[in-house]
Design a protein around this ligand. Structure first.
Ligand code: GAP
Length: 444
């Protein structure tokens, strides 16, 4: 019986993933990349609504991690980087996956992901595992050879370590302080998949927080809580989020403690973000390799030390997928199913849709005036096509929290009807109160 329920739940979860994937394509959130050429290996393009939503996720991260704090500053480092960085960081040697080939069908797999059985043909005979480095290697400039080798960064983190002194010297910071960065990273994943969960090109949101070594444990616990609460605050259901602290024997070579923040994806709990206490591994490794001193001199205490690093490392594209999955809902309205994305207004690509009840110029013109007033504060849509019911449904499906309808009464009472996405309740609001009323409903 339990197994039956589990199978049913798994099938439902899979169906939800398919529904969200289809909605994302149909409504302009996420398209398979290079689709007119048959697509390209688990790469995706973010359409008009997707690019906006992804930007909202990143903006919310930037606001909580940089703007609302006085101990974190921003950075945007280069994606192309010399081998020296990745030699020092350990990526050239250890950023590898064990790769095996199926002897029967020649399928190539990550050994640790297949439990000894080929997912294509079921065979159990494989070649010996080989270490496959996940970094994309390229060359900078017109001359080939060792001197020209460059890598696309597989994480944004190293930019913060290599700029540690630059930031320290220019920003008059002292530990505890952090450097934050959002940007693309690239990994030649052997088994990308599960939609945008694991792709070869993705966006990260990482922060390196430099602290006195004796305070590292306290800051590590602090950042686990902060980051966990960030997802809850933006609407992830508490039952769908958990912390998973790695056992000491499972820690990465640089880590003194790692807690993954996991979301209940359709295939089970899986990593959204990792928070790690990296000790002095990174600064010490780059100091040794570059010959530069990467330390902090505390004048008050007259001591020089290498700060420890606490790193909350999140995926922007992966977080967006979690927010989409958690927001997707279907509601039965007397036999008619309403699909709705219950996104937090801060994440919704469109916050307010202005919908004149008719296409007649005497309504469109005042409706555009309402639109212009709203546009200075909100992300807006303006739609005159189809019946008002169909327009509401379209906005529900893309997660728009409010629809503002301008009707013929508006010409006399100077008021509009505001429909709430979640309750579907409608309220008449004076046009001159509209912006203030909606502003009060959105957290910043
Ligand atoms: N600097 C540490 C670091 O990069 P990570 O756990 O490898 O740690 C951090 O990556 C986050 O980046 C992950 O929790 C995930 O959200 C995201 N991420 C990593 N690889 C990804 C991939 N192939 N596709 C999408 N997101 C990825």
């Amino acid at each position: 019986m339990d197994e039956l329920v589990e199978n049913l739940d798994a099938a439902k979860a899979q169906e939800k993933l398919e529904k969200v994937t289809s909605l994302c394509k149909r409504r302009g959130f996420i398209f398979p990349s290079a689709e007119i050429y048959g697509g390209f290996r688990s790469t995706y393009d973010y359409g008009p609504l997707g690019v906006q939503m992804l930007r909202n996720v990143k903006d919310q991260w930037w606001k909580t991690m940089v703007q609302f704090r006085d101990d974190v500053v921003g950075l945007d480092a280069a994606i192309l980087s010399p081998p020296a960085i990745w030699a020092a960081s350990g990526h050239l040697e250890t950023f590898t996956d064990p790769l095996v080939d199926c002897k029967k069908c020649q399928g190539r797999w990550r050994e640790d992901k297949i439990n000894g059985v080929c997912p294509t043909c079921g065979s159990t005979t494989f070649t010996e595992p080989r270490a496959f480095n996940l970094m994309f290697k390229t060359q900078a400039g017109p001359v080939e050879g060792d001197g020209a080798t460059a890598y696309l960064r597989p994480e944004t983190a190293q930019g913060m370590f290599t700029n540690f002194s630059n930031v320290l010297n220019t920003m008059r910071k002292k530990p505890p302080f952090g450097i934050a960065q959002i940007g693309k990273s690239f990994r030649n994943e052997i088994t990308p998949g599960n939609y945008v969960f694991r792709t070869r090109e993705f966006e990260q949101m990482e922060m390196e927080f430099f602290v006195p070594p004796e305070d590292a444990e306290t800051w590590y616990r602090y950042w686990v809580e902060e980051r966990f609460n960030w997802y809850l605050d933006l609407g992830i259901h508490p039952d769908h989020l958990r912390k998973n602290e790695a056992a000491p024997e499972d820690l990465a070579h640089y880590s003194r403690g790692t807690t993954d923040i996991e979301f209940l994806f359709p295939w089970g709990f899986d990593e959204l973000e990792g928070v790690a206490n990296r000790g002095d591994f990174d600064l010490s490794a780059h100091a040794a390799a570059s010959g530069e001193r990467l330390e902090y001199f505390d004048q008050g205490l007259n001591i020089r030390y290498t700060p420890f690093v606490i790193e909350p490392a999140a995926g922007a594209t992966r977080a967006m997928m979690a927010f989409l999955l958690d927001a997707y809902d279907e509601e039965d309205l007397d036999g008619d199913v309403r699909s709705v994305l219950r996104l937090d207004p801060r994440l919704a690509p469109v916050q307010v849709a202005v919908l004149p009840l008719s296409k007649k110029p005497e309504l469109e013109e005042p409706a555009r005036k309402v639109l212009r007033a709203l546009q200075s504060v909100f992300r807006c849509d303006f739609d005159t096509t189809q019946s008002i019911g169909k327009r509401y449904r379209r906005q529900d499906e893309i997660g728009t929290p409010w629809c503002v309808t301008v009707d013929f009464d508006s010409l006399d009472d100077h008021a509009v009807t505001v429909r709430d996405r979640d309750s579907m309740e409608q309220q008449r609001i004076a046009i001159d109160q509209l912006v203030a009323t909606l502003v009060a409903s959105v957290q910043r």
